[in-house]
Design a protein around this ligand. Structure first.
Ligand code: BDP
Length: 609
């Protein structure tokens, strides 16, 4: 039984309601000595707040670092007046795999920790108190995204112990990370809406194609396009409808304008179901080495981020989301990448509203099984490590591309899909692995956004085996940090030489940095501008900025990272990764002033002509 991927975000309308199941749930780690019988309530007195990761709520090192299976449970009641409606239980995300039971019956199974899923539960519901029980696994291996190094041992009683060594640089937070809702719709309902705007720039109008999927028996679908004040600007009808907006207000970076498609399913002259889908009207394309938004060359200023806060871990934290976007705007930034997984739907809706430009990334991180900075062998066209032989992630990768695009296809804020972060693109087999994935993304996206993958240091212009697949050359580079540490002069030469080489080889493709940064301990100062000091971080960014400004096809700087974040233990990490411009609690490091000044002086458009 598989949970159906959710397309429309749950909202209340004249025909729909929402019940919120967030709050305190029962919690229990699975113990192989005791069988769990889902037909009875979980026998535990431990609790866990939802949505949030379980890890940092426990005050127990063993549970915090636990790998394996664990359980959540909550009781709920459904008011009698709702019983004749279609009732759907929906999880914004559960990390990484979930089996969902209602009153002991399995209703959904979903693998993949960063996308929503749902199940109709009418048949399982009873009068009075109902129970939703979720079994979760946080295990990762060579078939999952992200990729984990998995091993298992047994103690002398035969009890299994699992170990996951993250093949990536963030803590493997898990649990019920995003809201849990039961929403109602009528029995006949609107199931999906696809909005595809096409702008006519000469007469300032837009054709909006609206495809709706209706389930059940409807005579017609009627669509009203509402402006930002919720006034009707035009209407159209049919499951494949076309609306025309004259004097259109475009969605622009940091100057958002949102319309709403109010889609009504009609039967016998009555509105049976109604759903409101927000959308912005904007166009994106790459052209002659530039990244164009609404036909003007755009310059990305901003960050790679994480969903990562104290206590909540990777759980939805809307106050932090609001603060983070405000800090970005204050710094003159206009964009971020959802490194290294799709972020919450709540964040995507917020970015639409706030005009923040987003590069939307899959959880494909860790697709690299050998690691060295020595590229001398990799430039050989037949170079091969074991990555593409040993990994078995193609299926999960296709699924997540499908789920991410299904979920985010209508968001104006999303201007590009990132298919993966730092894969072994230098190894034979990479092209065969990635080609079908790029094809799939391009086929699925109704708005035909540019696609990229984010390339690790070793994928130099010579070593990268599949640059021809990407629309934008997106580079993660650490000259002056992991290489030439403390030597910014040499790092500057390396940076310049590499960027010029990319530009020479691929003059038609825009180039941007999707990561560059230096670990910096907040409050650490040095007269000698030593690595880890706030002075070194500032010098590092100044050096990079200088080179960026010399390269005409360099269209954006997204640094690493917005804030310090939690990682696994390791001799290179001091309570996490310290490359933040802000600390984990969002206090600025010294460099924030320099970057604010720089970015507030760089226009969103026409910086590179
Ligand atoms: C890159 C990764 C990112 C890491 C970063 C770093 O894409 O996840 O956190 O480097 O080392 O390799 O700080």
């Amino acid at each position: 039984m598989n949970g159906v991927m959710k397309l429309l975000y749950p909202i209340s309308t004249d025909s729909r309601t929402i019940l919120n199941l967030d709050g305190i749930w029962k919690f229990m780690v699975e113990n192989s000595e005791k069988n769990i019988d889902v037909s009875h309530p979980l026998e535990t007195s431990d609790v866990m707040a939802v949505p949030a990761s379980f890890n940092d709520q426990t005050a127990d090192a063993k549970i915090r670092n636990y790998n394996g299976y664990f359980w959540y449970e909550k009781e709920f009641n459904i008011a009698r007046i709702l019983r004749n409606e279609r009732l759907v239980l929906r999880f914004g995300s559960v990390t990484h795999e979930a089996w969902v039971y209602v009153n002991g019956n399995e209703v959904a199974h979903h693998k993949g920790g960063f996308t929503p899923f749902e199940a109709e539960i009418n048949k399982e519901l009873i009068e009075g108190s109902n129970r939703v029980t979720v079994r979760i696994s946080n295990l990762l291996d060579f078939t999952t995204l992200p990729v984990g190094n998995f091993s298992e041992t047994s103690d002398k009683h035969g009890n299994k112990e699992y170990n996951v060594d993250e093949n990536f640089d963030f803590f493997n937070y898990a649990g019920i990370h995003r809201p849990v809702k039961i929403y109602s719709t009528p029995k006949d309902y609107i199931d999906d809406i696809v909005v595809t705007p096409e702008i006519n720039f000469t007469n300032n109008s837009a054709n909006i194609k609206i495809s709706s999927k209706a389930v059940g028996s409807f005579d017609d679908v009627k669509i009203y396009i509402l402006d930002a004040k919720k006034e009707i600007v035009c209407e159209c009808s049919g499951t494949e409808a076309l609306a025309k907006i004259d004097n259109v207000n475009l969605w622009q970076p940091l100057n958002s304008y949102m319309y709403t498609a109010k889609v009504c399913g009609i039967k016998d002259g009555r509105v049976i179901d109604v759903y409101e889908e927000p959308f912005g009207v904007r166009q994106v394309e790459t052209k002659n080495g530039k990244f164009m938004i609404n036909e003007r060359p755009f310059y990305f200023k901003g960050f790679g981020k994480h969903e990562d806060t104290y206590v909540n871990g990777k759980g939805l934290n809307e106050a932090y989301n609001v603060l983070d976007l405000n800090l970005m705007k204050k710094m003159g930034a206009n964009s971020f990448r959802t490194s290294h997984y799709p972020y919450s739907e709540e964040m995507m809706r917020l970015c639409d509203q706030e005009g923040i430009v987003v590069i939307d990334e899959t959880p494909a991180v860790g697709l690299m099984l050998s690691f060295t900075f020595d590229v001398s062998a990799m430039v050989n066209s037949s170079y091969e490590d074991n990555t593409w032989k040993e990994l078995n992630t193609q299926k999960a990768h296709q699924q997540v591309i499908r789920e991410m695009i299904d979920r985010d296809k209508n968001h104006a804020c999303v201007v590009m899909w990132s298919i993966a972060n730092e894969a072994a693109n230098y190894s034979t087999g990479a092209k065969e692995y990635f080609e079908p994935l790029f094809k799939l993304a391009r086929k699925l996206d109704p708005q035909k956004r540019p696609c990229t993958y984010v390339a690790i240091m070793m994928t130099t212009p010579e070593a990268d085996k599949c640059t021809d697949l990407v629309d934008v050359i997106a580079l993660n580079r650490y000259y002056g940090w992991y290489m030439q540490n403390g030597d910014l002069k040499t790092a500057e030469d390396k940076t310049r030489n590499e960027l010029l080489e990319w530009q020479d080889r691929y003059p038609g493709k825009p180039i941007m940095y999707t990561e560059y940064g230096a670990d910096t301990i907040s409050g650490l100062h040095s007269v000698y501008d030593e690595p880890f000091s706030e002075e070194y971080q500032e010098d590092y960014y100044k050096m990079n900025s200088k080179v960026f400004d010399e390269i005409p096809n360099f269209v954006g700087e997204q640094l690493w990272n917005f804030a310090d974040f939690q990682t696994k233990f390791g001799i290179n990490r001091v309570q996490g990764n310290k490359k933040g411009i802000f600390t984990r609690s969002r206090e600025p490091k010294m460099v924030a002033r320099y970057l604010s000044k720089r970015w507030n002086n760089i226009p969103n458009f026409d910086y590179k002509k």
